[in-house]
Design a binder for this molecule. Sequence first.
Ligand SMILES: [Zn+2]
Ligand SMILES: [Zn+2]
Length: 569
Amino acid sequence: MTWTLLRGGWLHDPTNGIDGEVRDLAIQGGRIVPLPAEPPAEVIDASGCIVMAGGIDLHSHIGGGKVNLARMLLPEDHRDRMTGGANPCTPGDNPLELISCGHATPGTLATGYRYVQMGYTAAFEPAMLAANARQAHMEMGDTPILDHGAYVLLGNDEYFLQRLAEGAPPEEIRDLIGWTLHASKAMGIKVVNPAGISAFKYHQRRLDVDESHVHWGVTPRQVVQALARGLTDLGVPHPLHIHGSNLGVAGNIASTLATIDALEGLPAHLTHVQFHAYGREGPKKFSSAALQLVEAVNARPQLSIDVGQILFGQTVTASGDTMRQHANAGLASPRKWIGADIECEAGCGVVPFRYQEKSYVNALQWAIGLEIFLSVRNPWQVVLTTDHPNGAPFTSYPHLIRLLMDRPFREEQLARLHPDVAANSALKDLKRELTLQEIAVMTRAAPAKLLGLSDRGHLGPGAAADIAVYRDDPIDRERMFTTPEWVFKDGRVVARAGRITATPVGGTHFVTPRFDDARDTGFAAALRERMARNGSLHPQHLEIGHDELCACCRGGRLLPTECFEGAST
Ligand SMILES: [Zn+2]
Ligand SMILES: [Zn+2]
């Protein structure tokens, strides 16, 4: 079988302990292989280049109803680009790129092209609803080249809350989690504002970690505990993905620390923590609590986070957190928003937003995110995200990387912000500049590990040949990370110097938990009955089969992930 030699690049492969060593890589049959004895069919000269595994975005809103609602809410996000913006929506000179545009919420096609042009080869949608899972998979399936997967929401649907309130045994909650993952073909479970989205429908406008839901009587603490326990018992590699209580509220560090406490030592991933690390100090009663959060993370190796960095400019926030989006609606820019319920399973709120340098709150949010990145000791616990599009579109990652790697550049930006921010933030004292190796951890190695993807995020023999090759540019890391020289997906060159060269269909990652199949007598029967009575989906269509998933995703490969051995069933 013929093979390709990628010769002489500086490899940054943290999983295999390789930190900037000149190494050759052999690619054969879509995989990285040990160097074969026979001569290669093709040689690519990577000398002077930094070679990393393809980037993996562990939290990016790229599929599901709210993304389409955001697209429809903001036609100007697409229209502006037609008049010569940064990302013009006009037919280009590349026949491989079908017309698709948008900045804050690009169309599915543009989403695939823009990620791949930056060297990313996989992205995960964090807020899929079970009732809407087909649509989410179809939308991701329509996103070219990228592999994808999703976390399904639990913790606000009426059935789960009812059974928790009735004191269902942990084994039943575990099996309900297992069945939900299996039925929706998800990679993990995300809880959003635990019990709070449901409480909003019962007229509660906030819900603290130890406050009771007025109808079901359960607290966010109980919801977090039950879900984290169930996932651990099932052996699902990605631990509970938590969007905590009181997102965006001044003083919410108390809720965030209480949520960490609720875990009682179980592993978890806290998402977009920048939005959950606020104090109430100072004259404006809004301050950074980044260091308190980081202290908690540094002391708990079982925790991981992604940051949800904000960057300045126009974007749109799209979230399942109806309670918080309802509260934010008055800040919408332009002034329009959408709030919706979906099958009493969760919620949906879409609020356009413009982050401004001269706003004290926005500028401090920017500083808080950077403080978190620069003060967590172990890079394996931090994933680089902007919570696309909530903090900023994913296309701003190269800019964010430069902020983290280049202190003078960062200080230049800080000097442009609202003057009180430097005085009220630890950022100006943080001298750390992240290394290429640390960036490789935060953008590919750690996300792969946190998702349980043993053959992704690294460059060892047996790994998928998803590879990004960047021309080294120590002066301007933004330029370097914007346009890799080569991007390989499963061994095939899919982008060359910023130009898309092939558009294969991406694969779908999902987890395959083993659970007690009580579908005819237990919760599945109850869920079916509930769905038949109240839902829009026929109960026999609750589960997505493998053939159907494959069809949803335009024939893309199915990429199942096993659960850990020894998980109790
Ligand atoms: Zn969220
Ligand atoms: Zn999110």
